[in-house]
Design a protein around this ligand. Structure first.
Ligand code: HEC
Length: 164
């Protein structure tokens, strides 16, 4: 009888030990799973940030427009305003007697030219041609520099003031 009791006691002890051993590996499994997935989406975040573009104004320079505008002026405007726009039968457009500053900004000047000049044929030049003639007048009066990039959409911001 005592041997049977000892056998049972050993059997119970073995079951407890085995049971304890099988329980231990289960908690070690879960913590190894999650950390591998998280770093990859974080590394993709900084990529779109450097693509924010600087907004440079692209367009022809005043010098380029003016060199195309000068012959247009000679053909359409010079016989009234003078060969160098110094004034003749019509007021001066370049030089000490010119008063283009009264238009305030380049957009107002361009509108006046496009709608009123030449008086016998207003609007006879294309919009691009009026812009070129105006660039030549702006440059001749020192309102802009030759390398100034002229933004046709921001002419109201171009004030007719000589900057020194
Ligand atoms: C037939 C003659 C004639 C021609 C050609 C002519 N203009 Fe004029 N322009 C005038 C007269 C006259 C005035 C003055 C109008 C007034 O004071 O109301 C004037 C005024 C101007 C003014 C305003 C000057 C100021 O100080 O107020 C500008 C700018 C101008 N003309 C640009 C041009 C341009 C650019 C052309 C060519 C596309 C041109 N004109 C062609 C006769 C002419």
């Amino acid at each position: 009888m005592r041997r049977l009791e000892m056998f049972v006691a050993i059997l119970v002890a073995v079951i407890i030990v085995v049971g304890a051993c099988t329980k231990t590996p289960t908690p070690t499994v879960p913590p190894t799973v999650p950390p591998a997935a998280t770093p990859t989406p974080e590394s993709t975040v900084p990529v779109p940030q450097p693509t924010t573009p600087a907004p440079p104004v692209t367009g022809p320079t005043v010098g380029e427009l003016a060199s195309a505008g000068q012959p247009l002026y000679v053909a359409s405007c010079a016989h009234c305003h003078g060969a160098t726009a110094q004034g003749s039968s019509a007021p001066a457009l370049i030089g000490p007697n010119a008063k283009l500053d009264r238009f305030g900004n380049a957009q107002a000047l361009l509108q006046y030219m496009s709608r009123s000049m030449p008086p016998n044929a207003p609007g006879s030049l294309s919009a691009e041609q009026y812009l070129r003639v105006m660039a030549w007048l702006l440059l001749g009066n020192g309102y802009v520099q030759s390398d100034t990039v002229l933004d046709p959409n921001a002419l109201a911001d171009l004030l007719l003031i000589v900057k020194k």
